[in-house]
Design a protein around this ligand. Structure first.
Ligand code: AGP
Length: 616
């Protein structure tokens, strides 16, 4: 949600702050603001409700004195609506301190009462202003911004990333995090802070992680990290594996169009470095010693939204290949039902952003209950990987569009790699079968490229259906989660009612929805399957066609059985049943995007949504 940027160095900080906030726009927000300390030691701030353009227009019309120390923020409203007053930064110490905040301070009410009793007045409805006033008071008492922040963070409950600057300490930005994202960008004679690496990747790709309950003080030539007890902490650095251009649209009409085109590469890059002599060897799983892998008696996948559907696809494969029971749970439901977890349970979280609060809190619960945790994540240095025993990064590159596409296929790829290695370790996959699966997986990127070529026909379909009010999606086995994903894309992009069903469920109720003209996408299993699901799904198509449905079938090249029954057939290349989801989902991603575009909607930043939901 909120975007956070901090800078100290020799550049004009305003350009760095605004440029960083622009690259963080995808996180979703409804107000923006900056604070800068100018060379005379004066603190200037500017903030506005609305998109970043409102702020930059104002800065253009009424320039703010620039300097070399500053913080910037884009806010997604939680406490208090998206107004100029509620926008960040908030001030303390009579306007000499500025602070920005991401997250929710759960005990802000009692702290606000304490401040009011001490004579403070408030200019906003936010919990963040309470933090600004507290740090300002602590600065007055300590004369040091780091010590002031340290005092205050130990009084806060909830989730927060805080950055602060003080007019009396130009060249210093102090940041602190708990259950909320913050990473450090390491430059030459300059340093950066950001809610993710996109904030500073234009200037440096050297980054450093900040752990839970840690506080960082950056100066142009130093970075000091301490825990909330004040003890120095060592932190690991990493190299960001994409550059600023990757985070730009690169000539595409939208980030989503660019990212769909990158789906083949996302799969290929997620495989690289994880196959050795034809077998799967995921180096990062060393974080879970091999002895543990062979003792796993249950896998629980926790995730939200699209990531959960990737987990559902993975479930079928892991159970088939490793013969281990796999449960897929929505993270926000998991924690509150007090699930039974054991020492041989592996909890696998799937998250593109690595900051989804629902998933993060579920991971923390699982660890507290003694389960081992594995993170499948697309964002290096994110919070969820840092809270897990091991992490398998998907290498899909930055996914900027709010609707997840390339991350989805990369997440399935990572789940498949894990399932194959687990099968190898447990002996349920012999080498020959494992190598065969690996070859199938390695062939997917080329097949994805073939599917992408069907985009023009799908665009025509979408334009023809621009006034559609309801679309259903049917799938079976690994096609069922694909149906759910196709429906979610239509909801979040085209704002129309869409629902995914297990095809076998049709006769148990949903078929009552079928009326003349009802559009139904059907993901058709391979006719080469051995469990007759293909025949069953073709029967489903006949049943709904008989009731007037308009059927768009996604079917394997050469599958003739669907032709007489579907109004439209979108072909995908031949692939073994388990690999079909990686191919069948692409037309649904394209369709969702094209229908939104045909309706003139914002494909990259749909209404009400944020790229990373960092509040519960
Ligand atoms: C997907 O298109 C949605 N934007 C949403 O469901 C997303 O998948 C979900 O919020 C999980 O996000 P994460 O992968 O970053 O944890």
């Amino acid at each position: 949600m909120c975007g956070i940027v901090g800078y100290v160095g020799n550049r004009g900080s305003l350009d760095v702050l605004v440029g960083g906030l622009k690259r963080l726009e995808y996180r979703g927000y409804d107000s923006a603001g900056v604070a800068v300390i100018d060379p005379e030691g004066r603190l200037g701030t500017r903030k506005h409700a609305g998109k970043l353009g409102v702020l930059t227009d104002d800065l253009g019309a009424t320039p703010l004195a620039d300097g070399h120390t500053g913080i910037g923020h884009t806010r997604w409203a939680t406490h208090g609506g998206p107004t100029d007053e509620n926008a960040h930064p908030h001030l303390g110490d009579d306007g000499r301190l500025a602070l920005i905040h991401n997250g929710i301070i759960e005990n802000f009410g009692e702290l606000k009462d304490e401040l009011a009793a001490a004579g403070h007045t408030f200019s906003s409805e936010t919990d963040s202003e309470v933090a600004a006033l507290l740090v300002g008071d602590a600065y007055r008492a300590t004369g040091d911004l780091t010590q002031a922040m340290l005092q205050v963070v130990n009084r806060l409950e909830g989730a927060f990333t805080l950055l602060a600057v003080h007019a009396e300490q130009p060249g210093v930005v102090v940041g602190a995090r708990r259950n909320s994202p913050l990473v450090i960008g390491l430059g030459e004679g300059e340093n950066f802070l950001g809610s993710d690496v996109a904030a500073f990747v234009a200037y440096t790709r050297r980054a450093m992680e900040i752990g839970q309950d840690q506080l960082v003080t950056i100066r142009p030539d130093s970075v000091e990290i301490v825990d909330f007890g004040g003890a120095p902490v060592d932190a690991s650095t990493f190299e960001v594996d994409w550059d600023a251009s990757a985070a730009e649209k690169g000539g595409w009409s939208s980030f989503m169009a660019k990212e769909i085109s990158e789906e083949p590469e996302a799969v290929a890059k997620t495989i690289i470095g994880r196959v050795d002599d034809g077998l799967v060897r995921i180096p990062e799983l060393d974080g879970l010693d091999e002895g543990f892998l062979s003792t796993i008696d249950r896998v629980v996948v926790i995730a939200c939204g699209t990531a959960a559907y990737a987990g559902m696809v993975g479930k079928y494969a892991i159970e088939q290949w490793a013969r281990v029971p796999v449960d897929v749970e929505l993270a926000h439901e998991f924690r509150y039902r007090e699930p039974v977890l054991g020492p041989n349970t592996l909890v696998v979280s799937i998250s593109q952003s690595g900051e989804t609060m629902d998933t993060l809190m579920a991971v923390k619960y699982a660890r507290k209950e003694g389960a081992k945790t594995l993170s499948i994540c697309n964002t290096q240095g994110a919070t969820i990987p840092r809270e897990s025993d091991a992490v398998v990064y998907t290498h899909a590159g930055p996914e900027v569009a709010v609707a997840s596409t390339k991350a989805f296929v990369a997440q399935i790829t990572a789940m498949y790699l894990f399932g194959i290695q687990l099968g190898q370790v447990r002996g349920t996959l012999d080498d020959a079968r494992a190598r065969e699966l690996v070859r199938e997986l390695q062939a997917v990127p080329d097949k994805l490229a073939t599917v992408l070529a069907t985009g023009d026909r799908i665009r025509e379909l979408a334009r023809w259906m621009a006034d559609t009010q309801s679309v259903l999606f049917l799938g079976r086995h690994v096609g069922y989660p694909v149906a759910l994903e196709g429906a979610l894309k239509l909801k979040e992009l085209a704002y129309i009612h869409a629902e995914g069903f297990a095809a076998g469920e049709l006769k148990h109720g949903p078929i009552a929805l079928i009326e003349p003209g009802q559009v139904v996408f059907v993901i058709v299993p391979s006719p080469r399957d051995t469990n007759s699901l293909h025949a069953k799904v073709v029967s489903n198509i006949q049943e709904i066609r008989a009731r007037g449905a308009r059927v768009i079938a996604i079917a394997e090249a050469g599958d003739a059985a669907v032709l007489p029954h579907a109004d439209e057939v979108i072909r995908i290349p031949l692939a073994s049943p388990f690999f079909e989801p990686l191919l069948a989902v692409v037309p649904l991603h394209i369709f969702g995007m094209e229908l939104a575009a045909a309706k003139g909607l914002d494909v990259d930043q749909p209404r009400n949504l944020a790229k990373s939901v960092t509040v519960e």
